[in-house]
Ligand binder design. Sequence first.
Ligand code: FBP
Length: 357
Amino acid sequence: MGSGMFIWPKRPPLPSSFAQGARHRDEGETMIRLEQTFMNFLLYHQERHNRSYHFLILMDALISAAKHIEHYYLTGALKGNLGLAGNVNVQGEDVLRMDQIAQEITVHYLRTSGRVIHAISEESEKIIQINAENGRYFVYFDPLDGSSNVPHGLPVGFLFGVAKRSLEGPEDGHLRAGKDYIAAGMFVIPTGTFTLALKDAGTWRFHIDETMDFVRPTRMILPEDAKEWELSFNAASRYTYAQKVQDWIERNQQKYVFRYLGSLAGDFHRILSNGGMFMYPAIVNHPNPKKNRPQGKLRLMYEAAVVSFMCREAGGAAVDETGTPILDVQPKEPHQRTALYVGSKPLVDDIARVLSG
Ligand code: FBP
């Protein structure tokens, strides 16, 4: 089949209740509640848009990886997997056992999918070469983001972005900006929630069921009602931010509730549901100048661009410290860092004016 177009066999039309992502109900009383599965949702999506089956194989690999990571994380405290692995990574940070486990699992499933050209992971300094000949996608991932939560077994994220090889002409394999992703998603582990954004087709949330299937597609649209909005940032660091960011916080903090988990996937999960803004600004006023992070802390390709892509598909926006849309930032190197302001458009537009002024 190669990279040619796959012709879908004729299938019966999707039941309208499933098509809308609603729960299925036969006429009359039902004894049990059955939900549309993620794979069923995606099959119909690919079919409707006349897309190939390759993306299904890739998504199946990512789902398998997430389920295995979830299992190891849930049982981690008992099996001694939540502590340090005893080595230090290229960023000079202590490596956690779970980081290594999650990395091994993800690379295994990406390899066996046969669909990935190369992958970029937070856990590997080098680009992971997988299938240069016949692969079709580039995958950028952080298999276990939110390291300070790991020793406590509290929520962490498996974040990923996907770009597609150039199907016309030669592939140069360059690093893709977020606007060129075709999909981005996050599993919030171990909560059993999965959120996936598909280019120009919305952001969808799924929940894990008793058979370990992700089910019940629910379209996520950032709420317009500012009454529910939340602000999320590390309050302990606020005096290390640029003065204009501190002033913005001062002006706005009374208007919204404040929530911070210290794990991007968990914090962004709340923003997608309730609206508001998550921010991880540049650190430029730290009392110990060695601890300044003028480029920001979060990684562009597998953290910031991933949530920014999901946010855009849910009607929101995201910018960096200069007020530039995150999705427009062309990465110069795989592990590039960035500041991040992501969430409801009116709030992000407002801070963008301050940042670019
Ligand atoms: P790690 O890659 O070390 O996990 O850092 C990423 C992250 O944990 C994000 O998930 C989170 O939003 C942020 O760092 C929290 O940082 P801080 O502890 O400085 O508030």
